[in-house]
Ligand binder design. Structure first.
Ligand SMILES: CC(C)(COP(=O)(O)OP(=O)(O)OC[C@H]1O[C@@H](n2cnc3c(N)ncnc32)[C@H](O)[C@@H]1OP(=O)(O)O)[C@@H](O)C(=O)NCCC(=O)NCCS
Length: 201
C-alpha cells in the first residue's frame, strides 16, 4: 500500500468509494437510483478541477482504497465549478420540484445540491481557505491511512501557500469528528445537520 496523486483514471473507483461511505460514513449502496449523484458532487469537481491536491491510498495492484481530495482556494473553486462543472450536471439531473420538498426521494434531496451547490461559510475562508474530503473503504479504516492521507493533503496545500484547511461533515458522523479532532482539527462552525472543522497549516 502507498499514497500517490490521484488521476482521472481513478474516477470510477473514487465514485464507488464515495457511495460505499456515502451515508454519513456508512455504506449507501442501493439507497440511490442514481448513485453517481454523490461522486458528481463530492469527487468529480476535485479530480477534474483541482487534481494537484487529490491523493489516493492504493493497493499493491494500484487500485485506490481511499482518497483525500482537496482544493487550494475555495472561493476560486466555487467560481470555476459554477462556470464549468455544475451547468453540465444541472442539464443531466432533473431539478426537484421545490413545492414537493416534504416528499422528496433521497435522489431528489441530493439532486437539489446539484442545482443549489453547497457553499462553505465565507467568513471562515480567510483563515481556512482550502477545503477537503476524505473517505476510505471499510477494510482500510482504523489502520492509520486516514492520518497519512490527511498529512499528504495538508503538505500539498501548505507547499502551495495555503494558510488553513477546513472540512464539512454530517453532524451524524461522530466517528469522523473524533478522527478530525485526533489529527489536530477544531470545530469552526455548526449549521443544521453539518459541522465544519478547520486546521491552520
Ligand atoms: C474517518 C476516516 C477518514 C478516518 O480514517 P482512519 O484511517 O480510519 O483513521 P486513522 O486510523 O488514520 O486514525 C487516526 C487517528 O484518529 C483516531 N480516530 C479515528 N477514528 C476514531 C474514532 N472513531 N474515535 C476516536 N478516535 C478515532 C485514531 O485513534 C488515530 O489516533 P492517533 O493518531 O492518536 O493514534 C475513515 O475511518 C473513513 O473513511 N470513514 C468512513 C468515511 C467517513 O466518515 N469519511 C469522513 C466524511 S466527513
Amino acid at each position: 500500500m502507498n499514497i500517490r496523486l490521484a488521476s482521472l483514471e481513478d474516477e470510477r473507483t473514487l465514485y464507488d468509494i464515495c457511495v460505499i461511505t456515502g451515508d454519513s460514513g456508512k455504506d449507501a449502496t442501493g439507497i440511490f437510483d442514481q448513485p453517481d449523484l454523490l461522486g458528481d458532487i463530492w469527487v468529480g469537481p476535485y479530480l477534474h478541477l483541482s487534481a494537484d491536491h487529490c491523493y489516493v491510498v492504493q493497493s499493491d495492484e494500484g487500485v485506490p482504497l481511499g482518497y483525500c481530495i482537496a482544493t487550494l482556494d475555495t472561493t476560486s473553486f466555487e467560481t470555476v465549478t459554477d462556470a464549468v462543472w455544475w451547468p453540465a450536471k444541472q442539464a443531466f439531473y432533473r431539478k426537484p420540484d421545490i413545492s414537493k420538498q416534504d416528499s422528496w426521494s433521497r435522489d431528489e434531496r441530493i439532486a437539489h445540491l446539484i442545482h443549489n451547490p453547497l457553499r462553505s461559510p465565507s467568513e471562515f475562508l480567510e483563515e481556512f481557505p482550502s477545503h477537503a474530503h476524505i473517505n476510505l473503504v471499510p477494510e482500510m479504516q482504523g489502520k492509520g491511512w486516514g492520518k497519512k492521507l490527511m498529512q499528504a493533503m495538508e503538505d500539498s496545500l501548505r507547499s502551495a501557500g495555503s494558510q488553513g484547511v477546513h472540512l464539512i461533515l454530517s453532524a451524524k458522523n461522530q466517528n469522523a469528528l473524533a478522527f478530525y479532532k485526533a489529527v489536530g482539527y477544531q470545530i469552526i462552525f455548526e449549521r443544521p445537520g453539518e459541522i465544519g472543522v478547520g486546521k491552520k497549516l
